[in-house]
Write a protein that binds this ligand. Structure first.
Ligand SMILES: O=C(O)CCC(=O)C(=O)O
Length: 331
């Protein structure tokens, strides 16, 4: 009896069931940096995922922070003590070998600097502390605040008209190139974005696909983009934002406060980071003008969508049950 072959399970698989994917955790053979054991793990940060920035800001000694140098050719993975990825750096040289040439970047900066003029920033609600960026705009696909719960593109994008459209069109190649890195290094969060389904009747217009949209931080002579410590607290929980720095500048490295580390970052480099979990800011820009783009998803965009879809599905199910019961009664 013991050797008897087990009968094959012929039951149909539940709809939507997936085979577990084996994830290659270093598909680009990136340089690996492991932070000191004493640094909080990503899990620790998640447990303490308060919306506030770290309360220890005054206790940290920036001069003692670990310096993580960028590799100019290869990707760099920064891992915590539990092996999870805190941040993932892609250098400009790699991007240049993958479509993002210097001509392409030059045009991107030109289009960015020629977007319609902005009023000095009214801080958005996406952050829990002032980011300290004077000129910043958001091109996002999200829940329209005025219309209350309707998914659509942000007012600033509509207001900026053809120039905004041209900029978004030009950035498509950048985000798609980085989106492919996201697919390979962070397959599960990337799949959530790629498989996004809007409620019926909603026109989906992702403005930085695969991310729903981006923030555009525009620097100028006296105000290069160097942020104050903040967390992007309304970003989606299990996603990473994708930061891209451009312009001609020195400085502007990225500080991860809870990790007591500073990552060297140059113009044309990109960085994936869970910006809602880690309090982050920049070191001073010592020369030139720095701009940055940040592609991201808001939690509300993803959840609201589920809520709306969930409600519709529940309504349909209730109708079906009602119909079935009625039929039974008549039989
Ligand atoms: O420019 C940077 O390095 C960071 C930008 C940022 O954190 C933000 O826009 O929220």
């Amino acid at each position: 009896m013991r050797n008897k072959k087990r009968p094959q399970d012929k039951r149909p698989k539940p709809r939507g069931s997936k085979t577990l994917r084996v994830v290659d955790t270093n598909p680009y053979k990136a340089v690996q940096v492991r932070l000191e054991q004493s640094r909080p793990s990503k899990g620790d940060l998640r447990l303490d995922a308060s919306k506030e920035i770290t309360s220890k800001l005054d206790e940290y000694d920036l001069s003692k922070f670990d310096r993580i140098s960028r590799d100019s050719e290869q990707h760099t993975i920064i891992r915590g003590r539990d092996g999870s990825i805190y941040a993932y750096h892609v250098p400009r040289a790699w991007l240049a070998r993958n479509n993002i040439t210097s001509e392409y970047v030059k045009r991107l900066v030109f289009l960015l600097e020629n977007l319609p003029p902005l009023q000095p920033s009214v801080e958005t609600k996406n952050v829990q502390a002032s980011r300290g960026i004077k000129y910043s705009r958001t091109y996002q696909f999200w829940i329209g605040s005025k219309k209350g719960g309707v998914l659509g593109v942000s007012a600033q994008y509509v207001k900026d008209g053809p120039k905004g459209k041209e900029f978004v069109e030009h950035c498509k190649l950048l985000w798609e190139t980085l989106g492919q890195v996201y697919d390979n290094v962070f397959p599960n969060p990337a799949a959530t974005l790629r498989n996004y389904q809007a409620p019926e009747g909603t026109v989906v217009e992702f403005l930085a696909r695969p991310w729903p949209g981006m923030t555009i931080n525009q620097g100028c002579e006296d105000e290069p983009v160097e942020t104050n410590p903040h967390k992007d607290s309304t970003d989606a929980f299990y996603q990473n934002s994708c930061l891209y720095a451009c312009g001609e500048f020195n400085g502007g490295d990225v500080i991860f406060w809870e990790l007591e580390s500073v990552l060297e970052m140059e113009s044309g480099d990109a960085l994936f980071v869970p910006a809602h979990l880690i309090t982050h800011s920049n070191t001073p820009v010592t020369a030139g003008i720095r701009h940055s783009l940040v592609a991201y998803a808001r939690q509300e965009t993803l959840t609201k969508n589920q809520d709306i879809r969930g409600k519709k599905q529940a309504k349909r199910k209730a109708e079906l049950i009602k119909k079935r019961n009625k039929k039974r009664k008549m039989e």
